[in-house]
Ligand binder design. Structure first.
Ligand SMILES: *[C@@H]1O[C@H](CO)[C@@H](O)[C@H](O)[C@H]1NC(C)=O
Ligand SMILES: *[C@@H]1O[C@H](CO)[C@@H](O)[C@H](O)[C@H]1NC(C)=O
Ligand SMILES: *[C@@H]1O[C@H](CO)[C@@H](O)[C@H](O)[C@H]1NC(C)=O
Ligand SMILES: *[C@@H]1O[C@H](CO)[C@@H](O)[C@H](O)[C@H]1NC(C)=O
Length: 637
């Protein structure tokens, strides 16, 4: 391997002594299979009407504010103060860096600052994401870090962007490819670093060529790293699966969830196997669907249709809510995760993963499928995308099209639980069971609520469909079942989206590569995700987009807030049409503001230059971490 560069083959690694683990994993697998069957019988419970409605009238008689209005107001305030407090000079930026991270910035920081200023980068201080992602690597030595960066490049679905003498190249060690045949993700990263690569020392950047996260280190191993005495591994490498023994997929043994739950502390619910299984029983299904987004829920009772997320679901604590894992496809990925602390650069980071975030190549490149305003004939970025429409001509519906993907098939039989399937099933529900819609009656400023059949709400608020039956054979009762339970529609181009005021953005196998295009449009984005990405510290939920929990329960109340309550809800609450018009005008104005704010954010903070600045700073940190003498790689004024 690597022979074209004359480098030696990777040192062979100790044969893994994992028999016990296999046995354990197999038992676990069987138990979860059983739990899964129990759960699957009861997935209909997802849409059960909720427990009593919250009363958001303050009892003291003060004027009521809808919780969404509060969230929007707070979001604007937080964002404004964040923008205003950004450093205005290199000196201030150095000081801020030292204050936040308790160490000096990395060497090259002055040039980075100049790059940021020249490119009009706004959020010059907001790089906690880089700090958080790299923090565990400070516990291993520079020499070891550098060795691991190269070594992990030998795994399947990892490639190296190799910098030598200020010039970069792409290598696929596993398949022994050089450039030709290498992944678009590596090419995207490579293009993004070209403006500053000549300033970097010799480094290897390991690029994850998949959209899924890769690195899951068991809690015990993670803690061990914190013991400074074990940072140098005399055996020549972390005891690991790396080397010729590492198989790309699970081969029926272990799963992402099995690896994931080991990242939790020993006392947590996800580590207690038997209680996990018991709690997977039917009565708990609807419970965990409604409460697991609690850390960021805003108001009201956790199980109601009237609980809104402050932020995306990237903070869900699956350690405490083991059953929530059935609801997200990424726990069922076919691809084996890496159980050792290796630096791996990935576009999205779900809770518990130790991947290092980089901007997605979809955001940086220009393609007809992922780029707003891209003219594929003349190969240039224009203003409005084809299909863009004036606000008043857009439909008031929440629009989504996509494939029935969203996870692998490992263990198999769970795809009906995955986020996309759940959402589509909720949206395809034509039954008469009621959901609760709550809004302010403008004449009294009191909260009123109505029970409305979910079929009516779906017809009035949603325009969503699968466009391709991917992996139909993995559905619990086959492709016909998949078609029976979910609405299917025709394929849609990016331009078809712009006819709608609301664009829903759902995770797929990993993060959603369409987010930047949606933001750039004149429509408002409603986003549900468990991933954090490079921009997460820069963007403000409820200002630039509307966050949606992954239970999707509150979607009808979000729609009622921005587009007014439906006819049924009006009738049930004696609302007059002039009151309804008032609610519509008020909400629609706010929705349009979110659409505009998102577009403006994309133009000013989601540019290619912002992605380059992010990577430039990450590369400087990476260079310092790779150094035998990290202190010599500090920057001082
Ligand atoms: C690390 O090693 C030193 C010297 O051998 C020892 O005194 C110290 O207790 C060790 N620390 C830990 C956390 O094991
Ligand atoms: C969401 O919850 C997490 C975990 O409790 C917290 O760190 C984060 O600041 C919260 N975000 C918001 C916007 O409240
Ligand atoms: C839905 O709500 C309406 C109005 O409150 C009620 O009459 C009807 O029985 C409810 N339907 C179901 C299925 O609970
Ligand atoms: C609606 O009006 C009817 C007739 O005036 C009244 O009986 C009913 O209580 C009202 N409903 C609500 C929710 O105010």
């Amino acid at each position: 391997m690597l022979n074209s560069n004359g480098e030696r083959k990777l040192s062979s690694v100790q044969p893994p002594n994992r028999k016990r683990n296999y046995l354990f994993a197999t038992c676990l697998f069987l138990l979860f299979m059983q739990a899964g069957l129990l759960v699957s019988k009861h997935y209909e419970d997802f849409n059960q009407p909720s427990t009593p409605l919250p009363d958001f009238n303050p009892s003291n008689g003060a004027v009521t504010e809808h919780p969404i209005s509060t969230l929007i107001r707070n979001a604007e305030q937080s964002y404004r103060s964040k923008v205003l407090r950004q450093s205005q000079s290199l000196k201030a930026a150095v000081k801020e860096y030292q204050r936040r991270y308790n160490r000096p910035p990395p060497r090259g920081f002055k040039e980075w600052w100049e790059f940021a200023v020249d490119n009009n980068v706004k959020m010059v201080d907001e790089f906690d994401s880089i700090h958080d992602d790299l923090l565990p690597f400070w516990e291993i030595s520079g020499e070891e870090f550098k060795r691991r960066a190269t070594q992990v490049g030998a795994l399947p679905s990892i490639e190296l962007v190799r910098v030598r003498g200020g010039i970069s190249s792409i290598i696929n060690v596993y398949n022994n490819y050089l450039e030709d045949g290498t992944s678009p993700r590596s090419h995207g990263f490579n293009r993004m670093i070209q403006k500053f690569v000549h300033k970097l020392p010799d480094l290897d950047f390991p690029i994850n060529t998949r959209s899924e996260g890769r690195v899951l280190v068991a809690w015990e191993d993670h803690e061990m790293k914190n013991n400074k005495n074990s940072t140098r591994d005399s055996s020549g490498g972390p005891t690991s699966m790396v080397g010729d023994n590492f198989v790309a997929d699970w081969q029926g043994v272990g799963s992402v969830w099995d690896a994931w739950r080991r990242t939790c502390s020993p006392g947590s619910a996800s580590r207690r196997l038997f209680s996990s299984m018991k709690a997977s029983s039917a009565s708990n299904v609807k419970d965990y669907l409604t409460t697991y987004d609690q850390p960021n829920a805003s108001v009201s009772s956790p199980s109601s249709d009237f609980t809104f997320a402050r932020d995306t679901s990237a903070h869900i604590n699956f350690c405490d809510k083991p059953h929530a894992h059935f609801m997200q496809g990424h726990f069922f990925s076919d691809w084996r995760t890496i159980p050792v602390l290796y630096p791996v650069l990935s576009p999205g980071k779900a809770p518990g993963f130790l991947d290092i975030r980089i901007p997605s190549h979809y955001y940086y490149g220009s393609t007809a499928r992922y780029t707003y305003g891209w003219d594929p004939v003349n190969l240039e970025l224009g203003g409005n995308d084809r299909g863009e429409q004036p606000w008043d001509q857009k439909s008031d519906k929440i629009y989504w099209r996509g494939a029935s993907t969203g996870g692998g098939n490992h263990p198999s039989g769970y795809s009906h639980h995955y986020h996309r399937h759940r959402f589509l099933r909720q949206a395809s529900d034509s039954s008469s069971h009621n959901r609760t819609v709550t809004f302010l009656d403008p004449s009294t400023a009191q909260a009123v609520s109505a029970q409305v059949p979910v079929s009516t709400l779906n017809a009035g608020a949603l325009d969503v469909a699968f466009v391709a039956a991917a992996d139909g054979e993995t559905y619990y009762d086959g492709p016909d079942g998949l078609r029976r339970d979910h609405r299917f529609g025709n394929a849609a181009s990016l331009g078809d989206h712009w006819g709608h005021k609301y664009l829903l953005d759902l995770d797929g196998m990993g993060y959603s590569g369409r987010f930047m295009a949606f933001l750039a449009s004149d429509s408002a984005v409603l986003k549900s995700t468990v991933y954090k990405e490079f921009y997460s510290d820069w963007i403000q939920p409820w200002l630039h987009f509307i966050p949606l929990t992954t239970s999707f329960r509150e979607i009808y109340n979000i729609h009622a807030y921005f587009s007014g309550p439906s006819q049924d809800a009006m009738t049930a609450t004696n609302l007059t049409s002039s009151h309804r018009d008032h609610l519509f005008r008020q909400g629609d104005r706010q929705l349009r503001r979110i659409a505009r704010a998102g577009k403006h954010w994309k133009k000013t903070m989601g540019r290619r230059a912002d992605m380059e600045a992010y990577l430039y700073r990450l590369c400087l940190e990476f260079a310092r971490l790779s150094s035998d003498d990290r202190d010599s790689m500090n920057f001082t004024l």
